[in-house]
Design a protein around this ligand. Structure first.
Ligand code: KG4
Ligand code: ZN
Length: 328
């Protein structure tokens, strides 16, 4: 089954064709980072207008070498995300479905991030085994969610951020350190030449699977404004503090709730320190997509869509966007 995936929830316009939920045939991402970087963050109206300009060329590129008869269905992100951005993808998906008489399915962006773990990342790589219950940590620009996945489409939300999401914390910390946008890659780059010796707080929130990163951000601000610390050391120390909390709480939850495996996903999962720390410390198998499939893409949407179609879950033309969609 070949699915065309469409993703426009934030600042990436993306389209991909994926076979049987795992084999990537094409995967095109047009990033708007350069456009938003001058504002230090995503400007919603600029993002939706840019999606409007880019979506058709991106889909055409993803469809290179195919005819519409080769496609069995269309999957599109309908939430969570920016309303104006989501509307572009959902309306394009409806239009194609109508014109080509194809079924279409609305996909939850957070669920799609998890499915990036079961994509074949290269023609030679083996597909990761799907084992439930799977403890999923989804860390992106808008979410830090700890979720137990009990089966396809079956989720129990365990914890979430009480303030800043992990990616948002990276972006704000980068601003404090005078680094660029997006903050995650900038902090990782700056931190690679630093030493993580500076003492920064970790909010453990014991007896809860929730996260909190705003205290860490404030502590970083005080540290930097006191002076005498290098940007590289501050970046490395901040990154380690975030990674420590995410890793420790995820492994502890997996142990307490007897998960069969752990999956890491979302843009922050591209972070090398976090990936290595989780892989090194988990007694359970850990799935982590390659970095290019952690950040927003449409291959994960198509992969997720495959399981919707397989279960007979399609949507009608009344599908609306849900900017605050969650995972339970
Ligand atoms: O999943 P994503 O691409 O978009 C959302 O769904 O939000 O995540 C974007 C977030 C941004 O906050 C960005 O700073 C962060 O992921 N990010 C990283 C890295 N690459 C992207 N954070 C830490 N280290 C990275 N290498
Ligand atoms: Zn995302």
């Amino acid at each position: 089954m070949r699915i065309l995936g469409i993703e426009t929830s934030c600042d990436e316009t993306a389209a991909a064709v994926v076979e049987d939920g795992s084999r990537i045939i094409s995967n095109v991402v047009a990033s708007q980072i350069d456009i938003h970087a001058r504002y230090g963050g995503v400007v919603p109206e600029v993002a939706s207008r840019q999606h409007l300009l880019t979506i058709i060329p991106v889909i055409n590129q993803a469809m290179t070498g195919f005819s519409w008869q080769d496609i069995d269905g269309i999957a599109v992100t309908f939430g969570p995300g920016l309303a104006g951005s989501l509307l572009v993808g959902v309306n394009v998906a409806k239009a194609i479905a109508l014109a080509r008489k194809l079924p279409f399915a609305g996909v939850n962006h957070l669920e799609a991030h998890i499915y990036a773990n079961w994509l074949d990342s290269s023609p030679t790589s083996e597909r990761n085994e799907i084992r439930f219950p799977c403890l999923c940590l989804i860390v992106s620009g808008g979410h830090s969610d700890l979720v137990m996945m009990k089966g396809h489409g079956r989720f129990e939300k365990l914890g979430r951020t009480r303030d800043d999401a992990a990616g948002e914390a990276f972006d704000k910390a980068a601003r404090i350190l005078g680094l660029g946008y997006p903050g995650g890659p900038a902090i990782e780059q700056a931190g690679s030449s630093g030493s993580p010796y500076l003492s920064l707080p970790r909010a453990w929130l014991k007896d809860s699977y929730d996260f909190s990163f705003s205290g860490l951000k404030t502590a970083l601000w005080h540290l930097v404004h006191k002076g005498g610390v290098s940007v590289a050391d501050a970046a490395a120390s901040f990154q380690l503090a975030v990674s420590d909390v995410l890793t420790t709480k995820t492994i502890e939850a997996a142990r307490q709730l007897q998960a069969e495996q752990i999956s890491l996903s979302g843009g922050v999962a591209a972070n090398r320190v976090l990936r290595e720390q989780l892989l090194a410390n988990s007694p359970l198998p850990v799935l982590v997509p390659p970095p290019c499939l952690c950040t927003d893409n449409a291959a994960m949407v198509a992969a997720n869509g495959y399981y919707h179609f397989r279960a007979g879950k399609t949507n009608g033309y009344d599908l609306d966007v849900v900017p605050s969609l969650s995972l339970d």
